[in-house]
Design a protein around this ligand. Sequence first.
Ligand code: GLC
Ligand code: GLC
Length: 813
Amino acid sequence: MTNKKYGHFDDEHREYVITDPQTPWPWINYLGNEDFFSLISNTAGGYSFYKDAKFRRLTRYRYNGVPMDNGGRYFYIKDGDTVWSPGWKPCKTPLDFYECRHGMNYTRITGRKDGVEASILFFVPLKTWGEVQKLTLKNESKDVKSIKLFSFEEWCLWNAATDMENFQRNFSTGEVEIEGSVIYHKTEYRERRNHYAFYGVNVPVQGFDTDRETFIGLYNEFACPDAVMEGRPRNSHAHGWSPIASHYIEVTLQPGEAKDFIFLLGYVENEQEEKFAAHQVINKDKAKAMLARFDTTEKVDAAFAELNAYWDSLLNIYNVETGNDKLDRMVNIWNQYQCMVTFCMSRSASFFESGIGRGMGFRDSNQDLVGFVHQIPERARQRIIDIASTQFPDGGCYHQYQPLTKRGNNDIGGGFNDDPCWLIFGTVAYIKETGDFTILDEMVPFDNQPGSEVTLFEHLRVSFDHVINNLGPHRLPLIGRADWNDCLNLNCFSWDPNESFQTTENKSEGSKAESVMIAGLFVVTGKDYVALCRRTGRDEEADRAQKHVNAMEEAVKQHGWDGEWYLRAYDFFGNKIGSDECEEGKIFIESQGWCTMAGIGLEEGLVGKALDSVKERLECEHGIVLNNPAFTTYHVEMGEISSYPEGYKENAGIFCHNNPWVIIGETVAGRGEDAWEHYKKILPSYVEEDRQTLHKVEPYVNCQMVAGKDAFRPGEGKNSWLTGTAAWMWYTVSEFILGIKPDYDGILIDPCLPKTAKEYTVRRRFRGAEYEIHVQNPDGASKGVKSVTLDGKALDGALVPFVPGKHVVEVIM
Ligand code: GLC
Ligand code: GLC
């Protein structure tokens, strides 16, 4: 496969610049970072929603369409007989110039045709429930241009799931109002909804359409709507069927002249008593107020400057200069940006997650915190409380919850026995970043039941105890429905294709299925728990917990070691999984990652051996695969993992999320060279350089999975954006490779480097203080800090104490 480049990084502007609209897959971006969100592809496809992609969907999207990525916020320009779109789609008229710049929560798409340039800046202003679209039309020709401009959005009838299935109802419910240049979407507002949406523009219009069939024509396509092709809006008023919003504007441009048009897609909620202005007339006050905030170029530019300043401040918290631009741009820009997106979206809305499936995952959201907590600790704090509120009194947890209601999701329930550990993981990260121990005293309910509140610390205790109260015959943790690997379903035994692997457990009573991965995870988070107890004066509890941690390490050494690597699990019957004795799936990555991170058997050489086995059996050109050999047949006693063809997803795919576990394991063993080599393989900027065609998905963020060595096309990426990989890549590089580790009383300096790394500087804001940390590695050491000075004074050890103010730290390896 010959590689083609579709774009390049522009680090100065923190943008990825796409120069060819026909990317191997839609390359998307996210607008909004708090309540209102939009997904936008490089051809302006995608959709918008308020808080919850399932329950508050503003605009419609068709997944997996033909052609790909159909539907979005579209502009049609009719210039004489030529009709074109600045983002190439939907018209697909060949353009004289095309460029899409994805930046930090904004996207700018520019197209040029026959002497007219159209450039649209899309963004969600801070603290705003709406998407601004600033369109600039410019006449670059020598003639006067008379252009007909049409905008287009298609409303979703709010619930994105029923919107795609319940047509006997939907085709009769749609309602709109049109007033001036604003089109209001008010379906179901007459009854139980107290929210509506609107799409407006800051200039008078010469026409509009709100009925899809009238605008496009029943057998037409987005590419060539009747109204646009004829250059004549129908002024249609939608009653039922499929309401849309399209403005029609006639524009005359003198040679060299440019004009701005500001469109706003907004969302409004009204109090019950204030819903209507008159009989059947919605109260438009809030919409008008929002429109007024963005009705001039100056106001929009100011809002955009505010958004950029916001990102300046977020990205100034951790900044590295290594001289390697591929590393620097990922650490300073894109990895941190992806962490914000995964924090906001969890696994709900992307071009691989439909937004109608999953809400917030218990384990996923806790892991996402680790990549985000340094950015906005207050939001991380609230998230921890929300997550903990979905825990059960015995420490078990709902596996998912809905962002709008914050309630545990009954469809999937609980029983994933790794879940509780992640609460400790997330909370410890928060306290280390902020020094805010008061979070431990917050009163937090179980299963959101009023009256059941206990302190957050108590939630951590029951989390810890959930593992030790659920041990199997080898004193290893029982796996339950699954551990981190949702597809290792050891209690499921499903022969029915209509059952879900995750929620069907027909044999868990009396099961012996145990997870060595949870054992490793428990040792890592258990040590954290012990340290937290000590730091907060809970010595007795620390002693008690330490005993269990020690016992777990022993159990792994005795029953979790296979000779050259750590076992993965014991199945329902007590048979080994991930052992040399197995025919397929002899070795798995998860237990190698967690047991090496935990340092189990470090002195005895187990860690080094396991890491070598990973290199020998799991590593390939594109990263580390999950298991090897891949499963070639369905194993009913293992479930979904063996349902995937070889090399994909959990069956020997490169599941990027877990590669960092091994990388951290390498740093525990002090093997800086190996850590760096593994890290580089899945670092997007390296892939970007020479594998854009093969990799297929966005080259500026990590994807969940890259096809493994057993796949038909190794190296092909899928499921971009919403993956724990973001937080884990961040945690790995910031804390374990560059070695800047927030700790309870300061910053611990503990890099693990390849020999070639001679020098770098990290600027780190920490609890309001600023540290400029120079690391020098004159002898090419991998690990071990020789000396640290703080503002010229030598420190005893590598912990830089937290002191307010500005500081310079010199580190010699
Ligand atoms: C998906 C899930 C995550 C799970 C992983 C492995 O990324 O969101 O919870 O751990 O797959 O199965
Ligand atoms: C499937 C996927 C896995 C994901 C899970 C979520 O099992 O393979 O990656 O975590 O669905 O429910």
